[in-house]
Structure formats: structure tokens, C-alpha cells
Design a binder for this molecule. Sequence first.
Ligand code: UD1
Length: 338
Amino acid sequence: MRILVTGGAGYIGSHTVLELLNTGYEVVVLDNLSNSSPESLKRVEKLTGKKVTFYEADILDRDKLNEIFSKEKFDACIHFAGLKAVGESVEKPWEYYENNIAGTLTLVDVMRKHNLKNIIFSSSATVYGDPAFVPITEECPKGQCTNPYGWTKSMLEQVLSDIQKADKEWNVILLRYFNPIGAHKSGTMGEDPNGIPNNLMPYITQVAIGKRDHLTIFGNDYDTHDGTGVRDYIHVVDLAIGHVKALNKIKENCGLKIYNLGTGHGYSVLDIVKNFEEANGVKIPYEIGPRRSGDIATCYASADKAKEELGWTAQYGIKDMCADAWNWQKNNPNGYGK
Ligand code: UD1
């Protein structure tokens, strides 16, 4: 089977490409390289000994998409491509709606014109807003997102669900990721954020390597066991394998399906600092700062549905996630060097 992976040079995309190749799929990557490096795919090829077909293309570029679809035959699309910086999305909402929503509409239109109606979409736990209950099951009502990035995920879930409802030939799987961290065991692939990291783990690894002098913890007065925010951190390789399992479901003509991809465990910011220090023998100086606007106290998944229906459970624990994130950063202080 031949799989189109949009955004396949990015952090989650590249790890997924690797797992797809290792499972025996052929992979074609489409990426505009706006926030990724082709070097990630070279590393994938080195690790797997297999070839990745790569097109530098934008999902908004209908002509280019048509050209690629006329040349290649795909069995399914895993759609990662999108802008993902929460803070930036508040500053540049138009760009986020244009890129993520119009881009996906264009992609999906080209897909249906070429009779490809199988899609796995990168969604996020952000669609639950401040969750009505934890652990969050897929039945938990969607909530108010706190930023345009989150709304693009929520709206695209609706768009893809409606398309599937109107045309039952579509198989649509919405995967709601919790907090992906960690890196491939080889230490040759990992997260390579532009500029100052927004997310916790890349910030911690940059403190560990000396690029930043301390971590600021955004609030210690939440209603959690130590006052700092609690999240469900999931190893990026586990997340990648979740996509391979979802493809098996697509093959059963599953219609519309929604799955949380999380571990079911919640860790606070201080838990992460402590685990990182213990796993790696590195000290992470921190200060307590004010809350970050839009943050919630607690978010963790019920991972039961993915276990029952996809046969998928996260295998890696928090220490692995911390060790692998550090191994990547240590060996690649400047990421892919883009
Ligand atoms: C954020 C986004 C979410 C997105 C996800 C992955 C929000 C509200 N949510 O999730 O939509 O899908 O990233 O990109 O922005 N923290 C610190 N100091 C830091 C960085 C983070 O204390 O320098 C804390 C946060 O307050 C939070 C936890 O660490 O409690 C995790 O933060 P982060 O990695 O940014 O992820 P989320 O906010 O959960």
C-alpha cells in the first residue's frame, strides 16, 4: 500500500513515516518545509534503509497537488500538514485559518477528484477545551478552544465528519493527540522547533543544553497535586505507531472514527522536571511565573477506545520520553541545522 503523508518532514510526521516504512508501506511525503527540514527524511532513510518519495509542495497549491495525484497512486492519506504554534495563531489568525482550513479543503477536494477517500487527520486534545471531565473519553463534549490554532483543529474535525456523512465512501479517522514528546531511540530524529520553544519539553532540553538559563513554570496555583499544570505526555514513537494501527482500521472501511492517543497518565510540570533530572542526571533550574493565558489545570486521556478498537496502547513511560528527548537534543544541539 502507498500512503501519502502531508507534513511528513515534521516532528510527528517524520516519526510516522519511519514506522510506516518499517511496517512495509510505501510512503510519499508532501511538505512545504515551512517548519521542517528535508534532513529528517534523510535520517528516516538511513534508519530504515528504504526510500521516501518527497515532493516540496504546499497543500494550498491545487495545481501542484493535481500534478502529484496524476503521477502517483495512493491508498490513504495521513494529513499532518498545518501551522501549529498556539501563540502565533493568536497574532495571525487569518494565516492559520487560510493555511489549515483552506489547505485541508483543497487537499480533500483533490483527493476526492482522484478518488482517494481515506484520510487520517492530526487532531488534538485541544478540541476538548477545558474538559468537562477527566480522564477524557472521546464522548467528552468538545469545548471552547482558547486560540485560532485549536479552532482550526476543531473546525476541521467538523468538516471531515460532514464530508464522511454525505459520502459514505469516505473513511475518516480523527486522532486526538495529547502531548507528544520524546524522540526516536537512535537520537538522530526529534523535535526541532523554530526560535524559542513554546512547549514544555523542547524548552527543558534547551535549558539542559545551556541555550536557556532556566525554565519558567507557568503557575503553581492550579488545582492539581502540586499546583502546576497536569498533562498526558506521550512518546512520539508511540504516537507514530498509533497511525499505523489506524491504517488497519481504514482497511476495514470504518467510516468515521475518533480516537484519543494518550497514555492515560497525567504528569505535572514539576513531575516532568523531576523525571527529566532523574532520567538524565541533569539539573533543570526553574522559576515560578504567572499562569499562561489559555492554559488549563488538568488534561489526560482515557486511552481505552484506542486499545479496544485499534489494539494500540502506549508502550513508553515518562523516563523513556525524558531520556530520548535529551539524547536527541544532546546529539543535535542545533536540531537538523536548518
Ligand atoms: C499546547 C497547546 C495545544 C497543542 C499542544 C502541542 C495551549 C493552550 N495548548 O498544549 O493546543 O496541541 O501545545 O503543541 O497552548 N509549561 C511551562 N513552561 C513552559 C512551557 C510549558 O510551565 O515554558 C507548562 C504549561 O503551562 C502546561 C505544560 O507545561 O501546563 C505543557 O505545556 P505545552 O507543552 O505548551 O503543552 P499544552 O499547553 O498542554
